[in-house]
Design a protein. Structure first.
Length: 113
């Protein structure tokens, strides 16, 4: 039998992987988006990475039902929302660390020496 702590750790790792994939999709779009463009041309190898990320998201999100191209388009917005949320959280953590000192073991705040 697997302990609750092991199960929780596995879910946390899966969540981190999902966030990393969302952030990579966001990075690829930012790199290849032209100012004012409504469509983005993504060259190889980034196109292969983007397709793999969108296909994985389509398997996870209910919006991803349907033919592959439509599923990829449908999951793009929720995927980028995850990336945006992750970036917001990172900015808050960064500001928190700057204001209150460094993080110690276990993520606890360590102030002073």
């Amino acid at each position: 039998m697997i302990s609750d702590a092991v199960v929780a750790e596995r879910f946390l790792r899966a969540a981190r992987l999902g966030v990393a994939m969302a952030l990579e999709a966001q990075r690829i779009l930012r790199v290849h988006r032209a100012e004012g463009a409504t469509a983005v041309e993504i060259p190889v190898p980034d196109a292969a990475v983007m397709a793999a990320v969108l296909d994985a998201a389509a398997g996870c999100f209910p919006e991803g039902d349907g033919p592959p191209e439509l599923a990829r388009q449908a999951v793009l917005r929720p995927l980028l929302e995850i990336a945006s949320l992750a970036e917001s959280g990172e900015r808050l953590r960064s500001a928190d660390e700057h204001s209150f000192g460094e993080r110690g073991p276990g993520g606890r705040c360590r102030v002073g020496g």
